[in-house]
Design a binder for this molecule. Structure first.
Ligand code: NAD
Ligand code: UDP
Ligand code: UDP
Length: 338
């Protein structure tokens, strides 16, 4: 098998960086694992729009063909049904590794599969990156900080994570994925990037994935009470998906390994979020309290000064601006259900 990434179009290769001013970079061959999911499908839109060739590798556990159906027929787009837990041979320049269920409801559904995806899936994609000389970006998570004792969280914080709890398949799985990524970098010379993503929302989220923004929006649209877990005083910081996708591409193209927090520092309690959803969708919407889930982090807010100074990246879209953009998509899909 030829060494694809080592060719003249290699993203990270010296050839690409030495192009004279004014000469357009040749288009890249990019793999997006998990590209049929929520974040992945928006990333695929951006990469195709800038002229790259994109291969989506997805097992459709939580992703949907519908999310990328508008690209079928585009000669620069390919969709492969494949589980990243199994090895795969591809010839590419860049790998965005997103494959992994992200909603707690989904990742707790089959915890053994979740940790296999994080460990074996990431190992396979790093093995692929090593073989072809591709640059590899891991989408890690703010969950690596666990129930944090430092607030807001900086990348230098090592976290406060339960290794044997019901969320561990995801938190510890992603921590191991970060370890593998750094070991392939140090030990095998793979060019790597690590993004730690904070709660992100937007169009194409699964309607019933149990995440708080999708739950509240779907509930308010269906005229059901919004389910607040616990006392609703726990906090999260919500990032609109286009800001995240800009951050991921900026990081991939940068000369920095990371890890970088990618999130919106605007922090809300769940009760405040319910209020914003109410103002956006239905002033008559009500709230219903439910017991909270185990190991739920009490607060979460990114310190993004590292991404701001080194990547010149920061989110642009506030919760009040972003929510309406997601509502129209949810409205249409809820109507289609009927
Ligand atoms: P998602 O569930 O919508 O997308 C995940 C995609 O991965 C789906 O298309 C799914 O079918 C695919 N997938 C899962 N297991 C797979 C496997 N074994 N083989 C191949 N494909 C597989 O989730 P998302 O919100 O788009 O998240 C994407 C990535 O970003 C995930 O790695 C997640 O951990 C990370 N992340 C997301 C958030 C967020 O708020 N959305 C926050 C932190 C981290
Ligand atoms: N791998 C893959 N595609 C490739 C190269 C490797 O899926 O193009 C897998 C490979 O099957 C192995 C993993 O990635 O399970 C790690 O590969 P590496 O070469 O680093 O380790 P080794 O195969 O020597 O254990
Ligand atoms: N949550 C809630 N109601 C819901 C779903 C979630 O109050 O219907 C809370 C949950 O307890 C947590 C926060 O919202 O404190 C964020 O949960 P989510 O599952 O969206 O993401 P994560 O816990 O991974 O940050």
């Amino acid at each position: 098998i030829p060494r694809g990434g080592a060719s003249s179009v290699s993203a990270g290769g010296a050839a690409a960086r030495r192009l004279p001013v004014g000469v357009r970079k040749p288009s890249l061959r990019v793999v997006v694992t998990g590209g049929a999911g929520f974040v992945g499908s928006h990333l695929v839109d951006k990469l195709l729009a800038r002229g790259d060739s994109v291969i989506v590798v997805d097992n459709f556990f939580t992703g949907r063909k519908d999310n990328v159906a508008h690209h079928l027929g585009n000669p620069r787009f390919e969709l492969i049904r494949h589980d990243v837990v199994e090895p795969i041979l591809l010839e590419v320049d860049q790998i965005y590794h997103l494959a992994c269920p992200a909603s707690p409801v989904h990742y707790k559904f089959n915890p053994i599969k979740t940790i296999k995806t994080n460990v074996m899936g990431t190992l396979n994609m790093l093995g692929l990156a090593k073989r072809v000389g591709a640059r590899f970006l891991l989408t890690s998570t703010s969950e690596v900080y666990g129930d944090p004792l430092e607030h807001p969280q900086k990348e230098s914080y090592w976290g406060h994570v339960n290794p044997i709890g019901v969320r561990s398949c995801y938190d510890e799985g992603k921590r191991t994925a970060e370890t593998l990524t750094m070991d392939y970098h140090r030990g095998a010379g793979v060019e790597v990037r690590i993004a730690r993503i904070f709660n992100t929302y937007g169009p194409r989220m699964c309607l019933d994935d149990g995440r708080v923004v999708s739950n509240f929006v779907a509930q308010a649209l269906r005229k059901q009470p919004m389910t607040v877990y616990g006392d609703g005083k726990q906090t999260r910081s919500f990032q609109y998906v286009s800001d995240l996708v800009d951050g991921l591409v900026t990081l991939m193209e940068s000369n920095h390994i990371g890890p970088f927090n990618l999130g919106n520092p605007g922090e809300f309690t769940m009760l405040e979020l319910a209020q914003v959803v109410k103002e956006t969708i239905d002033p008559g919407a009500s709230v219903e309290f439910k017991p909270n889930t185990a190991d739920d982090p009490h607060m979460r807010k990114p310190d993004i000064s590292k991404a701001k100074s080194l990547l010149n990246w920061e989110p642009k879209i506030s919760l009040k601006q972003g929510l309406p953009r997601m509502v129209s998509d949810f409205q249409k899909r809820i109507m289609d259900e009927k």
